[in-house]
Design a protein around this ligand. Structure first.
Ligand code: ATP
Ligand code: MG
Length: 557
């Protein structure tokens, strides 16, 4: 089918189902469980499901909370998930659903299966169920309750619902096949007793459906055509199909599995992310080092960079791990085009221009974005005392160091050529000040006589500088696969957060408003922290470095 060329395997199936007339309408859904914040892996699923709904007429994507496990679910997670999916740029219109809205219908279906002899109430404990489940080579054993009379099962199930029994005393199980090679088909539990209060249904229910039973019914009731999920549910598909066949729902969605997104240097499971939050190893779900949507947003990622990343990763059937550098590539690439340039000195070293008049200053022209003329220009103040980056000066430079050193001339960006004439040190031998002369003929950064310099440094005028906090984030883990072998705690990167309390920034940044993004020349891309910034006192988060220095460093080691 040539017209489907370039489509991933899921979109190909959808195109074929439309072409064959199997479906006139395509309905997908994104079904998070509200037991944590969404992460970048969920973004892949969001971009797939909502993406498909935007690729033609008569399509839609439902937002559905799979809230069947009251113990771990919270309202704050529902709010966060809604905010995150909207921020990513997707809209479900009126199609917002909750699995708990279907509890009555699920219960009815369960009774129907009991009445038809396809489900029974079992009194085995969880441990006994485990012990009788069998192994890969041996079939499991039938529950002694498997042939319980239908009316007894019905009675017990109704009393389970009424809250008459303790948790763990009974379960409702499907009557399928204890000898099936697929464990999911060995008389799986459909309902368990839980005297838990549910965020939406309160204390109405004393029994809650198991994921496999609930999920396929949710899909069927919403007339989902293609139920897209990750590969670990492949073995659950026969059960999903069994339930819908036996119940006889008018709609029987097709489940299609795809590979989940894994990222290097990142843990992705909500369980582990929750652990990071609870153990206060990060400042919260929205810590800018977290792979959560909220964390990426606070760090300064844009929705488009995340969507572009998901598109590039694509959809496949094979599990793989994507280099986190690819995610960084997409935000860097975007900001290179869009972010205004500013100068900021993160590790300041004082420079005094000996031949520049005391008390004088001048406003120099600086372009906002060399990639975008429409971004215009700004003025940057220059004066006798400046700051440069400590790392841009060396008293005894090795061969390949071309930046400032005694006797050497370099360019100060947008300003002048300066030559180092002297170095001042403290008692411990640390350089505290560099003295230079400037060449007034080189205003704007070019010498009329055509002489060249090998380095251009960024700088900030001392008296005009804005002191601001800058947060430098690095990977949360120093191991490519943080959960391999060892406990992930052992792979935490102790240097993942560095706070610079008094960076020296060009004064234009005083007016930076929350959520603005900038390139600090030669140091990286930065975002005005939306939570800790105050008027006139912005806090900057480093979104990403300018170049992929990490990859280089790794190669060297
Ligand atoms: P986790 O395993 O990370 O705790 P989950 O799968 O339990 O997540 P759900 O809330 O059930 O989280 O996920 C909602 C949807 O997002 C599901 O359809 C799931 O398949 C999908 N999803 C979750 N993690 C990933 C991932 N890493 N890559 C792609 N899709 C994912
Ligand atoms: Mg899940």
């Amino acid at each position: 089918m040539a017209e489907n060329e370039g489509l991933d395997f899921i979109r190909t199936i959808i195109a074929e189902d439309l072409a064959s007339g199997k479906h006139q309408e395509i309905i997908t859904r994104f079904p998070p469980e509200p037991n944590g914040f969404l992460h970048i892996g969920h973004a892949k699923s969001i971009c797939l499901n909502f993406g498909i709904s935007l690729e033609g007429q008569n399509r839609r994507c439902h937002m559905r909370f799979d809230d069947t496990n009251p113990e771990k679910e919270e309202d704050k997670y529902i709010k966060a998930i809604i905010e995150d999916v909207k921020w990513l740029g997707f809209d479900w219109g009126k199609h917002l659903y909750y699995a708990s809205d279907y509890f009555d219908q699920m219960y009815e279906y369960a009774e129907k299966l009991i009445q038809e002899g396809k489900a029974f109430v079992c009194s085995l404990s969880a441990e006994e169920v485990r012990a009788t489940r069998g192994t890969l080579t041996e079939p499991g054993q039938n529950s002694p309750d498997r042939e319980r009379p239908i009316k007894d099962s019905l009675d017990l199930f109704q009393r389970m619902k009424a809250g008459e029994f303790d948790e763990g005393s009974y379960t409702l199980r499907a009557k399928i096949n204890m000898a099936s090679p697929n464990f999911n088909m060995r008389d799986p539990a459909m309902y368990r007793i839980k005297h838990a209060s549910h965020p939406r249904t309160g204390d109405t229910w004393h029994i809650y459906p198991m994921y496999d039973f609930a999920h396929c019914i949710e899909d069927a009731l919403e007339n989902i055509t293609h139920s897209l999920c990750t590969l670990e549910f492949e073995d659950h598909r026969p059960l999903y199909d069994w339930y819908l066949d036996k119940i006889g729902t008018p709609c029987h969605p097709r489940q299609i599995e795809f590979a989940r997104l894994n990222l290097t240097y990142t843990v992705m499971s909500k369980r582990l992310l929750l652990q990071l939050v609870q153990e206060e190893l990060v400042s919260g779900w929205d810590d800018p080092r977290m792979p959560t949507i909220a964390g990426l947003r606070r760090r300064g990622y844009t929705p488009s960079s995340i969507r572009n990343f998901c598109e590039r990763v694509g959809i496949s059937k094979r599990d793989s791990t994507v280099d986190v550098g690819l995610l960084e590539f997409f935000i860097r690439d975007e900001l290179n085009e869009t972010a205004p340039r500013r100068m900021a000195v993160l590790d300041p070293l004082k420079v005094v221009i000996e031949n520049y008049p005391e008390g004088q200053s001048e406003a120099l022209d600086a372009v906002n974005n060399p990639n975008d003329e429409s971004a215009g220009k700004r003025k940057v103040p220059f004066s006798k005392t400046l700051y440069i980056e400590r790392g841009d000066f060396m008293e005894e430079p090795p061969k390949k160091f071309f930046r400032l050193a005694p006797g050497r001339e370099v360019r100060l960006r947008y300003a002048y050529f300066v030559t180092c004439t002297d170095v001042i040190k403290d008692d411990a031998g640390k350089v505290t000040e560099v003295r230079c002369t400037y060449d007034p003929e080189t205003k704007g950064g070019n010498a009329p006589d055509g002489r060249k310099v090998k380095a251009t440094l960024h700088w900030v005028s001392a008296e005009h500088a804005l002191d601001a906090e800058v947060r430098i984030f690095d990977r949360l883990f120093h191991n490519e696969n943080p959960t391999a072998g060892a406990d992930f705690h052992e792979n935490l990167n102790p240097d993942s957060l560095q706070i610079i309390e008094q960076a020296k920034l060009e004064p234009a940044l005083k007016a930076a408003t929350a959520q603005e993004r900038f390139q600090f020349e030669r140091t990286g891309y930065f975002f005005v922290d939306p939570i800790d910034s105050k008027a006139d006192q912005p806090v900057f988060n480093r979104i990403v470095t300018l170049k992929d220095t990490w990859a280089k460093l790794q190669k060297k080691n």
